[in-house]
Design a protein around this ligand. Sequence first.
Ligand code: AMP
Length: 409
Amino acid sequence: MTTVGSITRQIAALELSAKQNTTANKTRPTHQKQGSGNVSKLLTKFAAPNPPTSKSIKPQASNSSISRLPTAGGQVGGKSTKAPTPLSREATQPAIDIGKYDGGLEIDEENRGKRVYGEAAEDLALDSSVIEHQPTREWHLSDFDIGRPLGKGKFGRVYMVRTKCEPKYILALKTLYKSEIVESRVEKQTRREIEIQQNLRHPHILRLYGYFHDEKRIFLMIEFAGKGELYKQLSKYGCFTEKRSSRYIDQMADALEYLHSKHVIHRDIKPENLLLGINGDLKIGDFGWSVHAPGNRRTTMCGTLDYLPPEMIEGKEHSKEVDLWALGVLTYEFLVGSAPFEERSHNETYKRIMRVDLRIPSRVSPEAADLIVKLLQHEPHHRLPLSEVRKHPWILKYRSRSSNSQPQN
Ligand code: AMP
């Protein structure tokens, strides 16, 4: 099986040769159609499979997947592209191994899910090729080579996949069974989650590149988080070092600042919803509870118990400051290894949250403790704003000059 290290080396080689090939092009690398060559690329924020709509795709070779490729000069990621540059010999790398497919999609297809009808069917007829602004190309399951299973979610499985068409992007394909979404009565929420994520572009938020559906399923094409679940790392190490925690909190605050600027409140921040990119960078992955709230406040009770702020427990109106509270809880959990108000019974946890009964172990540095205290304020408006979090001494202390490098334990 391909190791993360080997993927990283292959990407590094790709990036290197891309530099050699594009000396005239000083802009960020974009998704460019390549000539022949057996090369896989991991999708990053710089490389979006957002080729032209099917109307502008000229078939090139009728009976191969190449016929689905965008033509030279087509619209990629909303920008006009140049004619394809043939890859140099150095750039031609063996394809990244996507692992062995376990046949899970077919097994699921036989055993679970039904067709849905009526309004629910309309809500869930999700296809990014027909969205008004920024349509993607039309995608089908047959456009992908399916690789190893990455995990199972509530509504379906997630696989590592590679596009069959060049330049063979690697991504995570998430399946959602429509009838199960309807049974859980979350069709509107699912649609909202997808619409929100589709519009977000941030290095610490998993990018949703496109989506499509068939009779029973919705498929989400998501940026591949090469290092998997952050929660697993936390379980493995028990807790993180101050440096690693500070780097993650910095990246998290950066992502939340971006979300809030788009009037998106996350509302379900917790280690289980965070993934790690190929370079070890933190990536927010789950938007199940996000609310797009331009100005309005919400009163729905949601989120995980340990991360609930007092105003949500009390059923009061809540706003973006709920994410600041959760950031404080996350900081504590990274450093200590458990959530700050954790108790055996829900009732006890609620009580401790309401009293802000915070006990920070002495092994936590005074700077980190200061940040935790400033975020875990009962009164939402007293919580340290994200712009201040990003300037906090504990964050600045560990921020490297080349900011986005990998947090180390
Ligand atoms: P979810 O349905 O989002 O909870 O995903 C189920 C599991 O699949 C997660 O816990 C991850 O282990 C894995 N997974 C989901 N999305 C990705 C991704 N973009 N990259 C890598 N692994 C993922």
